[in-house]
Design a binder for this molecule. Structure first.
Ligand SMILES: C[S@@+](CC[C@H](N)C(=O)[O-])C[C@H]1O[C@@H](n2cnc3c(N)ncnc32)[C@H](O)[C@@H]1O
Length: 458
């Protein structure tokens, strides 16, 4: 398996929060290595497909055991290692988040690259495709991996299922051939058929848990806009999305987009104090007037749902690059998120954990002391030593227990004031940042009640 690397991309996030309906997005990277074997194909293949033959064992490790692929599948199948990673990750999320998922539907299953790996993790899998040849190939290929998979010959846009939030849909729609990457930005509406809106309209009528495989050159803001538009018509809460960039041999190859409960960001613990903080923050935002950015000042307002700041889509002209500004905002968000995680960790941990440990250990020593004491009566020659040791083992733990009980009664629980702590740490961070920014005639500071951060000309 490739090496895991998690990164957040502030510039993409910048695009995402453009609009009145911001959606939390996390972008991660996953690296894979594909070995290419330059051998002459032993099967008849069109010239344009031959390069895919060189990575046949990356597509299917058991390729030599009789895997069958039609022309389109050669370039559209999800490689085995990537598919196995996606399936495993989904499975792990479900276990970790205790989600009662009972069905997976692969809406565009093709010759089974992803489906076969899903079948190894999920018992109830249904595979849909409108091409009968692909479904036949899928069945043959699945048998090589000792799997039998339920298939349905159908147009995904026409399938009829009752809405069920315990279903996951995996959707790898066709990207329109081999030339999708030649466009600078792949349009999810005009370049893709069926278009993403139609696919999601149908998908969201079946479930909110969606895994989408998309080309590397999509516009993230178009993607989130479509997701928002299509999910809004449904009655479920706003969910976050997670985008995983799949790199093969250090080159960005494709994206896997996860929506809703199966995303990592959804898993945040419902810490009551943090929810309370967010509520207060929202009230504050409603009451306050966050100033607008101008040519002389950039206002980065707080992002109500989480402790962080969201860059406006359009920055006023500033004598530093947008990348540097985004990086500073990103680092500022990281600082706030770190404090927030630390707060959860400390406040959710058992406050009496250490005390419990001491009291339990004392009891063990106490029992040893009693045993030594009793033994002292049986062994006349060791009586004085055993009685002395027994007394120490009895008295010492008793004293420890009494001290621990007194401490735990008098100790007040450790609480972190999020706003105060963030203000302090951000202040320190900006102090360091400003050493560079001041050289450009700019300076970062924290706005009123931490409702925004600002970069102003000095
Ligand atoms: C990118 S391929 C899927 C590859 C597959 N995930 C794999 O790993 O092998 C897209 C598939 O969608 C199928 N397809 C295209 N339009 C469809 C539709 N409207 N409904 C169902 N399947 C469709 C195509 O026949 C093709 O097999």
């Amino acid at each position: 398996m490739g090496q895991q690397l998690i990164e957040y991309f502030p510039l993409n996030t910048l695009m995402l929060i453009n609009g009145s309906f911001p959606m939390p997005v996390m972008i991660t990277k996953k690296l894979f290595n594909a070995h290419h074997e330059k051998t002459t194909p032993t099967i008849q293949l069109k010239k344009k497909i031959r390069k895919f033959y060189h990575k046949r064992h990356f597509l299917f490790k058991k390729f030599d055991e009789g895997i069958i692929l039609d022309e389109e599948s050669w370039y559209s199948v999800v490689p085995e290692e990537v598919a196995s990673y996606v399936a495993e990750r989904l499975h792990k999320r479900i276990i970790d988040q205790k989600l009662p998922i009972n069905k997976v539907i692969d809406g565009f299953c093709g010759s089974g690259g992803l489906a076969i790996q899903l079948a190894s993790k999920f018992n109830n899998l249904l595979c849909i495709d409108l091409d009968p040849v692909k479904l036949e190939n899928l069945k043959t290929n699945a048998l090589i991996y000792q799997r039998t998979i339920e298939t349905q010959l159908n147009n995904f846009l026409l399938v009829e299922y009752e809405y069920d939030e315990n279903t996951i849909l995996t959707l790898c729609p066709p990207w329109g051939g081999l030339n999708y990457h030649k466009k600078e930005v792949y349009d999810l509406e005009t370049d893709m058929s069926p278009c993403l809106s139609d696919i999601l309209k149908k998908a969201f009528s079946i479930s909110c848990n969606i895994v989408l495989q998309l080309p590397k050159n999509v516009s993230i803001s178009q993607l989130t806009t479509i997701i928002q538009q299509q999910s809004q018509q449904l009655n479920f809460k706003r969910y976050s999305i997670e985008i995983e960039m799949i790199y093969i041999n250090n080159q960005l190859s494709q994206l896997f987009v996860l929506h809703s409960k199966i995303t990592n960001t959804f898993r945040q613990k419902n810490n009551q104090r943090i929810s309370q903080f967010i509520k207060i923050m929202k009230q504050k935002i409603d009451r306050s007037r966050i100033p607008n950015s101008s040519q002389d000042i950039l206002i980065v307002p707080v992002y109500a749902d989480k402790l962080g700041f969201s860059l406006p889509a359009k920055l006023p002209y500033m004598p530093v690059s947008e990348d540097s500004i985004a990086e500073t905002v990103f680092q500022a968000n990281r600082i706030c998120q770190k404090i927030r995680c630390e707060k959860s960790r400390i406040e959710e941990s058992d406050p009496l954990e250490t005390e419990k440990f001491y009291v339990t250990s004392s009891w063990v020593l106490f029992i040893v002391g009693v045993i030594l004491f009793v033994l002292g009566f049986s062994y006349e020659d060791l009586k004085s030593t055993l009685t002395l040791l027994g007394t120490i083992f009895i008295v010492l733990p008793t004293l420890i227990s009494i001290i621990v009980v007194i401490i735990s009664i008098t100790k007040s629980p450790k609480l972190i004031d999020l706003e105060q702590e963030c203000t302090k740490k951000l202040g320190e961070f900006f102090e360091v940042q400003n050493q560079q920014y001041r050289k450009k005639g700019l300076q970062w500071s924290i706005g009123d009640e931490m409702l925004w951060i600002q970069l102003e000309k000095i």
